[in-house]
Design a protein around this ligand. Sequence first.
Ligand code: 5GP
Length: 124
Amino acid sequence: MAYSYDPQNIFAKILRGEIPNNTVMETEHTLAFKDIAPQAPDHVLVIPKGPYVCYDHFALEASDAEIVDYTRTIGEICKMLGVQPGEGGNGYRLISNAGDDGVQEVPHLHVHILGGRVLGRMLQ
Ligand code: 5GP
């Protein structure tokens, strides 16, 4: 299956600097910024700089360097937020919506990092 990336999506515009964002961390392959409509005290969106639609697209087609950078940056942001449960924080949740059933609004891979409050059970 060929993935079709829309370069006019809002996160592509953020990456090109056409729309402002509240950056919390930037690396060679990754950008992280605050969600415009936060659902928790900590709500950060982490995106790869490359044109990947969703998680499986990225996991199957990105380079090892991009994948390591992205994965490690998510960990670094958890550390920066102080939410790591093993390090005295109170925990967090990662969410990545994909496609229609996942109700993905922006078709550029993003992981939501949510924390700062008890998030409630999602799966029973
Ligand atoms: P999705 O439903 O695709 O997983 O989530 C998209 C997220 O992007 C939503 O939480 C929404 O609030 C956020 N968002 C949409 N437009 C913008 C924007 O222009 N700037 C920022 N920082 N976040 C946005």
